[in-house]
Design a protein around this ligand. Structure first.
Ligand SMILES: C[S@@+](CC[C@H](N)C(=O)[O-])C[C@H]1O[C@@H](n2cnc3c(N)ncnc32)[C@H](O)[C@@H]1O
Length: 232
């Protein structure tokens, strides 16, 4: 019944014990059912914007006899959820832009009392930038590989203020400090993407300066990966 892939397993590890979680875009409900079944969360909310995925979550909740502890809600993002009851917001398996949009609309999550666990399927760079600009700090990240795709899972807390992270941070986040194979693979992948962008720009003579910025970024990321590998 416990069907967590490494993405959702990493997300579960970031969830604080004894909390009430809202699993936004729950789909099958695997994450929230795992958290409540294992006693990590005392109870939770499973939400989805679409009825079909919510129905599959309801079926799993029923199968695992967790109806008393997990409430299902058909809603867009965090709309209409009881803000004073939730201390963990989990948004996994969505694009970085969608995650920012959901958080942007729910002002109450901007609180030291609410912890975020986020797993973007794309645009992790823009999500990191948006979080720091909007008062969050990324406490920790974990890189995971699922079916040859690399993802990051983030733990984030609200501290207020606003910071403008540089491009290196946006692309690597807290993974730059990790020494596990998957984090290093993630860094190498990011460096490769920057070199690919530079190559494309170099084909147009007018974009040479712009290309150099991407090459410098790729070099910095590769250097960080080399350094971490050498220190292991
Ligand atoms: C790819 S699934 C991810 C499921 C699960 N969270 C995971 O990581 O395995 C994305 C789910 O998010 C839901 N979704 C997309 N946009 C949403 C929104 N604005 N609010 C709530 N759910 C949303 C979709 O209906 C879908 O069930």
């Amino acid at each position: 019944m416990d069907k967590l892939d490494s993405r959702l397993a990493a997300a579960a590890e970031f969830v604080k014990e004894g909390t009430v979680a809202a699993d936004i875009g729950t789909d099958h409900g695997y994450l929230i059912c795992h958290l409540v079944n294992e006693g990590i969360c005392t109870r939770g909310f499973a939400t989805d914007i679409n009825i079909k995925p919510l129905e599959s979550a309801r079926a799993l909740i029923k199968e695992m006899e967790l109806e008393e502890e997990i409430e299902t809600v058909l809603t867009d993002g965090l709309e209409g959820l009881p803000e004073d009851e939730i201390d963990e917001v989990l948004i996994c398996g969505m694009g970085g832009e969608t995650i920012c949009g959901i958080l942007e609309k729910a002002k109450w999550v901007k609180s030291e009392m609410v912890h975020l666990v986020l797993q973007p399927m794309s645009r992790a760079d823009m999500l990191r930038k948006w979080l720091l600009e909007n008062g969050w700090t990324i406490d920790e990240e974990k890189a995971v590989e699922v079916e040859k795709h690399l993802y990051t899972v983030m733990s984030a807390s609200y501290i207020g203020g606003s910071e403008t992270p540089d491009d290196f941070y946006c692309l690597t986040g807290e993974l730059a400090g990790n020494s596990d194979d998957c984090s290093i693979k993630y860094l190498r992948w990011q460096a490769k993407i920057q070199r690919g962008i530079a190559e494309g720009l170099l084909r147009s003579q007018r974009e040479k300066e712009h290309a150099l910025i991407h090459i410098q970024l790729a070099d910095m990321i590769d250097e960080q990966a080399d350094e971490t590998e050498n220190e292991r």
